[in-house]
Design a binder for this molecule. Structure first.
Ligand code: PRX
Length: 646
């Protein structure tokens, strides 16, 4: 073994300490990623490409790099100061354009301000912001001074903010006074105040960007205006030389347990992964104008609305508003106005556009588009074809990208001009990944668990504060040899991969990831609730809708309990998790040992065959539950909320 290690160290600059993964494939991938890493600018080159002792990977050891430097300074040096970096449109203000020069200056000024108030390298800075230029400034300023950012999605309520601030012990949070959706004011700062009013957090400073000019009640010792923090000195703020493995950010996502997990991403590996996959899957040209509709609060927003386009020196578009305001053509108008070339969105949004009708699109010239992307859930072939014909005019490749918060960047996606597309399939793994479909025992099968063999640069480095959960969730199913994705997939005869969806109790609602256990946890906190079960049902637009069944404690039924529980889920998790129905029942179907048979609840409301009922202790409840569901499930007026993009 020792001999083998030295061999790798000498030849590839790799230390590899796991016997079981096929060495040849792995070597090839390492050589590939090593080569890709040279596309970024490092202050100090790495001496070791990877060390791997499952579940711990370290990439580009010895290398020193800075994300903000690679997104800004590098392009300035190449004379791109005047090139637009950000095009920002909102439903309430004038468009703003930040050139690379302006973005660089603003980032430096803000980074100096953060330092002045005491932000230290290595400590989390929280953000609770909509898709505005200052959010990008804040990310890059944190990256510049080496403070990992932790973005809390703007749809998350005060309880969710409280939990994240408490766990991360963040001392600083950056927010806005508010933003607007369809003319309605959303008050970010007030939500932060509510979260902080509970106490039990470490927040010392709240930095507020004044977007709407709302009159706020400020806490003199704690609250600071963003504009007052900018340091206007002419000198720039030197970027920190970060170790490749230093954290760039933490981002919470849902899993199969009741608690969201803080996914940790390193600097070097993440940047290499994001840069490489962006260039490969979107065939980037230097004059591209790229628009990802994803919110900055999700991984797609981090990786492909901000980091990838800026690393590449192209222009990225931020849109802060609803897709139907002031009119249902506002997206197509934006594409026409700025001659956007690459458009990247989620199937849930495309289904909504289809529903609204082609007339909104036909009003605009969107012929500047040359490539279309899809992410977050499987795009069904009919939707794919509509996207291709109506938006792409039949000339734009559809790039269906599969990845996760944990992988940081694309793993499966077509390469334009190389991969023959098949509507509904994300096609094949990109170079650098060894993707497998496995059964429980780790044998390769045509239909089974989607898995990734061995480590890859942009993979998560852990779950904040819970090493065991990291190891158990992702690397224990096949003894550290494969990364467990949680998805089921099929590989067809041509080697194409078709994603069937999650195998755990994680739902995708309008592309947002929500854990059933997380919802149940919040619901049972209500004093009237004895037990709760959350399940998903199919929905034509959102993909999945959430239905929550509750059994109440005796004599606790109150009128409106259903709405109270819906509200509790919205504020505890986020508006995107608001259940379609809350249904009060007397009992749940249980097996002989008293375990709730959630599968039956799911199949019952979906109208699917219930299969084997021999282990069911109380079969008589099924009809009663179905009756309760049918009574509630009468959709009168259309109540579908517009998706908040993933
Ligand atoms: O189930 C897969 C689905 O989204 C999950 C990851 O969710 P999240 O971490 O929120 O990241 C979403 C944006 C990358 C996956 O486990 N998923 C993601 N992309 C696709 C997909 N399902 C099918 N096709 C995709 N292209």
């Amino acid at each position: 073994m020792l001999k083998k290690m030295y061999f790798f160290l000498l030849v590839f600059g790799v230390v590899y300490a796991h016997d079981d993964v096929c060495q040849n494939d792995f070597q090839e991938h390492i050589v590939y990623w090593d080569k890709q890493a040279h596309n970024l600018e490092w202050f100090v080159p790495w001496h070791t490409t990877v060390t791997w002792q499952a579940p711990d990977a370290q990439w580009f050891l010895g290398g020193k790099i800075n994300a903000s430097y690679n997104c800004l300074d590098r392009h300035i040096k190449e004379g791109l100061s005047e090139k637009p970096a950000l095009i920002c449109r909102s439903e309430y203000g004038k468009d703003e354009i930040y050139t690379y020069g302006k973005l660089y200056e603003e980032v430096c000024k803000f980074a100096l301000g953060l330092k002045k108030i005491g932000v230290k390298k290595g400590e989390f800075v929280a953000l609770y912001m909509p898709m505005v230029a200052e959010a990008v400034v804040a990310l890059l300023a944190c990256a510049r001074i080496g403070a990992p950012h932790m973005v809390i999605f703007g749809g998350i309520g005060s309880d969710g903010i409280y939990d994240r601030l408490k766990e991360s012990k963040a001392r600083y949070i950056i927010t806005v006074d508010g933003t607007k959706r369809r003319g309605r004011v959303l008050t970010h700062k007030a939500t932060i105040d509510k979260a902080l009013s509970v106490g039990n957090n470490c927040v010392e400073k709240v930095i507020i960007v004044n977007k709407l000019g709302l009159s706020l009640s400020l806490n003199e010792s704690r609250d600071i205006w963003y504009r007052d923090l900018l340091i206007h000195d002419a000198y720039a703020c030197d970027p920190e030389w970060m170790d490749a493995e230093d954290l760039l950010f933490m981002l919470y996502t849902s899993g199969s347990t009741g608690k969201p997990k803080g996914i940790l991403h390193s600097t070097g590996g993440y940047l290499v992964g994001v840069y490489t996959t962006f260039a490969m899957a979107f065939d980037i040209k230097s004059d591209d104008i790229f628009w990802s509709t994803s919110d900055i609060g999700w991984i797609t927003g981090h990786s492909y609305a901000v980091y990838a386009p800026l690393l590449y020196g192209i222009t990225t578009v931020l849109y802060d508003g609803a897709p139907d305001y002031p009119d249902k053509d506002c997206f197509w108008k934006l594409i026409e106005d700025y001659k956007i070339t690459l458009f990247y969105t989620a199937p849930t949004a495309i289904r909504m556009f289809i529903k609204w009708g082609n007339e909104h699109i036909e009003k605009h010239d969107i012929s500047s588009l040359r490539l279309l992307g899809s992410v977050g859930e499987t795009i069904n072939p009919e939707v794919w074809k509509w996207y291709d014909t109506v938006i792409g005019g039949g000339r734009c490749p559809i790039i269906d990208t599969w990845f996760q918060t944990e992988t940081g960047c694309f793993v499966i996606a077509p390469i334009p001009g190389v991969t023959t597309l098949k509507p509904g399939s994300a096609t094949r793994p990109l170079p650098g990944y060894d993707v497998a479909i496995l059964d429980e025992q780790g044998n390769e099968v045509d239909k089974g668990f989607l898995a990734i063999k061995g480590p890859f640069p942009s993979m998560l480095r852990g779950i904040f504060g819970d090493y065991d959960r990291y190891k158990k969730t992702y690397w224990s199913k096949w003894d550290g040899r494969y990364y467990y994705t949680g998805d089921e997939a099929i590989r067809d005869a041509n080697g194409y991969i078709w994603i069937n969806g999650r195998l755990d109790d994680v739902l995708k609602i309008s592309g947002h990831r929500i854990g059933c256990a997380e919802v149940e946890n919040v619901v049972v906190e209500h004093p009237a609730v004895a037990e709760a079960v959350a399940v998903g049902i199919d929905d034509a637009i959102k993909g999945t809708e959430l239905v929550v069944f509750v059994v109440l404690k005796e004599h606790t039924y109150t009128k409106d309990i259903e709405n109270i529980i819906k509200y509790k889920v919205s504020s505890g998790i986020g508006v995107y998790a608001r259940p379609l129905h809350v249904i009060v029942v007397d009992q749940f179907p249980k097996n002989h040992s008293g375990k709730i048979m959630r599968r039956l609840l799911r199949d019952l409301i979906a109208g699917k065959p219930l299969g084997d009922l021999t282990t069911l202790e109380n079969p008589y409840v099924l009809d009663i539950i179905k009756e309760c569901y049918d009574r509630v499930n009468v959709r009168g007026i259309e109540t579908i909320d517009f998706p908040l993009f993933i």
